[in-house]
Design a protein around this ligand. Structure first.
Ligand SMILES: NC(=O)C1=CN([C@@H]2O[C@H](COP(=O)(O)OP(=O)(O)OC[C@H]3O[C@@H](n4cnc5c(N)ncnc54)[C@H](O)[C@@H]3O)[C@@H](O)[C@H]2O)C=CC1
Ligand SMILES: CC(C)CC(=O)C(=O)O
Ligand SMILES: [Mg+2]
Length: 361
């Protein structure tokens, strides 16, 4: 049966990395006759330029109907002066995540052994690293009301956002995390700021109340400031981490560097039925856009997550994992993960190397 995949390249390096991810998906679609129907649409700044809206109606309709969505990245300086709700990030990406109820964001930070030297930490601190960050994606301070910038009586402007989580939102994401922990190392660390913020006092209470349903999982709690420190001090102490939207956003970028580069971190954003959107954890990287420098591996690995989680296609997903490993074995590197003696390639060169490794399987 045909499955519809919506491809949203977005802005900046989004278009470059997506071209490589689509090459990989097209190859596997042909090889295994997967019956995937790929359709491309506009999101973010590119959509604003073409239609005036960061999430055009046509894109939204296609997104609702798609079996899975592949996204590059959105945003860039060109659109930074627009009102917040119209910008590529809020008006495009966050709105899409929210409308599709993609609350469960899985961000695996896995160090490929070949990249131990590319990590900013010593090889012995990171070797064998395999963490799953489970980030709540449709609530918390990124969505809380009221929010805005208001004028005070003294004429000074004041910016404000609201950090809210309801019990059901916390329970929903905690269940994803407990279940992920059951399939992995059975250790779950919930990250909050429950020494200060009432919203995360409730978060901690609700997560703790669910522990009895998962007696095999060893649950711990950690304040976010300590968690950031522990991630760079001794990251292998973590198996699964669960946290809210903003803390997860920040901690996953930090975890990315442990794996060598933000260009190595894929992600899945899932709804309650595992329908999902798949994207690298990084942004549109305006500083390197259009220069054939971006690492497409996070996006290519997001394709593997899509095949596995939303389409149940384990073999082609395994093929991608093996091809990425083979490319790294061959010493092929983009600039962000380059070390001496390796072969430096650009975005397209890395995509071609993955295709060559797939062909060689
Ligand atoms: N999911 C999304 O669409 C996201 C969008 N953004 C947007 O992206 C724009 C830039 O944001 P930044 O804070 O600079 O974050 P960023 O993740 O785009 O870039 C941070 C740094 O990492 C590097 N980098 C990122 N991806 C890379 C890759 N694949 N290969 C090699 N190097 C890579 C960049 O060159 C830059 O030096 C902003 O407009 C921001 O709002 C940021 C994060 C996520
Ligand atoms: C627009 C941002 C909230 C996206 C981001 O930084 C992320 O999801 O990691
Ligand atoms: Mg982020």
């Amino acid at each position: 049966m045909t499955k519809n995949i919506l491809v949203l390249p977005g802005d900046g390096i989004g278009t470059e990395i997506m071209a490589e991810a689509v090459k990989v998906l097209d190859f596997l679609n042909d090889k295994y006759s997967l019956g995937l129907n790929l359709e491309e649409a506009l999101l973010g700044g590119a959509a604003i330029d073409a239609t005036g809206k960061a999430l055009p109606d046509n894109t939204f309709e296609l997104a609702k109907k798609a079996d899975a969505i592949l996204l590059g990245a959105v945003g860039g300086p060109k659109w930074d002066k627009l009102p917040p709700a119209d910008r590529p990030e809020k008006g495009g990406l966050l709105r899409l995540r929210s409308e599709l109820q993609l609350f469960g964001n899985l961000r695996p930070a896995i160090l490929y052994p070949q990249l131990a030297g590319a990590s900013s930490l010593k090889p012995e601190v990171v070797s064998g690293l395999d963490i799953l960050i489970v980030r709540e994606l449709t609530g918390g301070i990124y969505f809380g009301e009221p929010r805005g910038i208001r004028e005070l009586e003294n004429g000074e402007r004041q910016g404000y956002n609201t950090y809210v989580y309801s019990e059901s939102e916390i329970r929903r994401i905690a269940k994803v995390a407990f279940e992920a922990a059951m399939k992995r190392g059975k250790r779950l660390c919930s990250v909050d700021k429950a020494n200060v913020l009432e919203v995360t006092m409730l978060w901690r209470e609700v997560v703790q109340s669910m522990a009895a349903d998962y007696p095999e999982v060893e649950l711990s709690h950690m304040y976010v400031d300590n968690a950031a420190m522990q991630l760079v001090r001794a990251p292998k102490q973590f198996d699964v981490m669960v946290t809210g939207n903003m803390f997860g956003d920040i901690l996953s970028d930090a975890a990315a560097m442990l794996t060598g580069s933000i260009g190595m971190l894929p992600s899945a954003s899932l709804d309650i039925n595992n329908r999902g959107m798949y994207e690298p954890c990084h942004g549109s990287a305006p500083d390197i856009a259009g220069q054939d420098k971006a690492n497409p591996l996070a996006t290519i690995m997001s394709v593997a997550m899509m095949l596995r989680y939303s389409l149940g296609l384990e073999q082609p997903a395994n093929d991608i994992d093996a091809a990425v490993s083979s490319v790294l074995d061959q010493g092929i590197r983009t600039g962000d993960i380059y070390s001496e003696g390796c072969k430096l390639v650009g975005t397209a060169g890395m995509g071609d190397a993955v295709i060559a490794a797939l062909r060689a399987q």
